[in-house]
Design a protein around this ligand. Structure first.
Ligand SMILES: Cc1cc2nc3c(=O)[nH]c(=O)nc-3n(C[C@H](O)[C@H](O)[C@H](O)COP(=O)(O)OP(=O)(O)OC[C@H]3O[C@@H](n4cnc5c(N)ncnc54)[C@H](O)[C@@H]3O)c2cc1C
Length: 433
């Protein structure tokens, strides 16, 4: 039997990835009521690190100070979304979001104005702006290079301590490796980090792991392991293990499906629970229209069609991501936007999508395609004015940016959501006054 629902609200956010969820948190903090429609975005694939910006220029390497680099990006990315946002707002956006996440039990750290380097499961150093505190000792260990024990788990393919050791050995004098059976899973031929993290929530499993690690410890000062220290209480679990083992412990982000990404998704769910924001995580927007008397009218539904919802909202924020999330769709004729069929800023011809060299450090024109917006992140029509006064866009769907190349995924999402939501809140305050 079909379950139909009708919702009238001030704000609808389409897409529940980093941009949609950050927008939802900012909306809740401004006492706006609204609905978020859509699944969890790229969270389960992402590292859980919050990048702001990490490239000095397309041709050169990573930068230490993202703010200095951002001050120069107009040279390389003249219509970049971050150029529309004052530095203080970008900073406030990160602070407000990470404070919200901390209230949900997921604490982030980082230097006031600089990127930190995190050891990855490939043994490389990834620059990032904010990292989960369970990776704080990762940053210190990578800098100090004091004796380290890297922990392998039998049957876990996503992490190989030996591989990390080989990559780092020329600069790091003492990296020992040790392997243990993960408690209660020794009969499995293959392990997965999300399952291990769920199991780690139990103190009995933590204690068994401590007992397995103890005989491996010698004179090391740090213990590094893949990110498996629980889903909901990772910091408490890390503290408990450190206390029992008497060593500084850190997590290393692994490839998808990523536990730190799942923690982010779960924490957003938790912090939005008691707010004026309703979530429809199993539904997608099927059709959307706007009329002067009704505002935005969206039809949403589950893939099976068992639940459908008609949403009527005064304001809409589009955070539907790029090609993977199907916010943008590419075919032979070009790139289109999937909800409102908004004009997409893109190369004039498909043959200009890619440069001639695959690894061109400047990237490819198709990666800059997306929605052009005004200063307040309202998508522009062909006449270069906002398509609608109350329609906004945030995140990776925006034109003029190449988040993957510039390591700015979360930064663009968080800062554009903040800027758009600030404008929405002040507009709603004016109209209701
Ligand atoms: C493998 C991987 C690793 C990453 N690592 C990092 C990292 O280390 N650091 C970092 O800062 N960032 C990282 N990111 C980027 C980051 O996770 C986000 O992808 C980025 O911030 C963009 O977020 P978004 O919300 O714009 O888009 P997405 O996360 O793609 O979310 C868009 C959402 O919109 C939904 N949607 C689309 N169409 C509809 C519709 N019609 N109705 C309802 N919903 C719809 C999609 O289902 C999806 O849930 C990584 C991403 C990936 C894929």
């Amino acid at each position: 039997m079909e379950n139909k629902q009708d919702i009238h609200t001030d704000l609808v956010i389409i897409g529940a990835g980093m941009a949609g969820m950050a927008a939802a948190v900012f909306a809740a903090n401004r006492s706006l009521s609204g609905v978020v429609v859509g699944g969890a975005g790229a969270f389960e694939y992402a590292s859980g690190l919050l990048d702001l910006w990490a490239l000095t220029s397309p041709e050169t390497g990573f930068c230490k100070n993202p703010w200095q680099a951002l001050a120069r990006i107009s040279k390389f990315y003249p219509s970049h979304p971050l150029l529309k946002i004052p530095e203080t707002n970008i900073k406030t956006a990160f602070d407000e979001l990470t404070q919200g996440l901390a209230q949900g039990g997921l604490t982030y750290g980082g230097l006031p104005r600089e990127n930190s380097s995190i050891m990855t499961a490939f043994g490389t150093a990834k620059p990032t702006y904010r990292f989960p505190l369970t990776m704080a000792n990762n940053v210190t260990a990578l800098t100090d290079k004091k004796p380290l024990l890297l922990l392998d788990f039998q049957g876990l393919r996503e992490f190989r301590a030996k591989f990390v050791q080989q990559v780092l050995t020329s600069t790091w004098k003492k990296i020992n490796i040790g392997a243990v059976d993960f408690p209660q899973m020794s009969q499995r031929s293959e392990l997965f980090t999300p399952l291990m993290a769920q199991a780690m929530e139990a103190e009995q499993v933590q204690d068994k792991l401590v007992a397995a690690i103890k005989p491996l410890l010698r004179d090391e000062q740090f213990l590094g392991m893949p990110a498996i220290l629980g889903i909901n209480r990772s910091q408490d679990i890390l503290n408990r293990l450190e206390q029992r083992l008497g060593i500084k412990i850190f997590e290393i982000p692994t490839s998808p499906i990523s536990v730190p990404g799942i923690r982010l998704k779960e924490t957003f769910r938790k912090i939005l629970r008691d707010t004026c924001i309703t979530r429809l995580p199993d539904q997608r927007v099927i059709s959307a229209a706007h009329s002067p008397d009704q505002g935005f009218v969206l039809e949403t539904g589950t893939p099976s069609g068992t639940h459908t919802t008609r949403i009527q909202a005064k304001t809409c924020l589009l955070a539907t991501g790029r090609f993977l999330a199907r916010g943008l769709v590419a075919d032979r004729k070009g790139v289109t936007e999937n909800v409102f069929n908004l004009p997409v800023d893109q190369p004039t011809d498909r043959k200009n999508w890619h440069g001639t060299t695959y690894f061109d450090p400047r990237g490819h024109a198709i990666n800059l395609a997306g929605l052009a917006t005004d200063e307040n992140f309202r998508p522009l029509g062909r006449d270069n004015t906002p398509v609608h006064g109350n329609l906004y866009a945030a995140g990776s769907i925006l034109a003029g940016q190449d988040w993957m190349r510039t390591r700015s995924g979360a930064g663009i999402s968080i800062a554009s959501a903040f800027q758009a939501m600030g404008h929405i809140a002040s507009h709603q305050a004016k109209t209701s006054a």
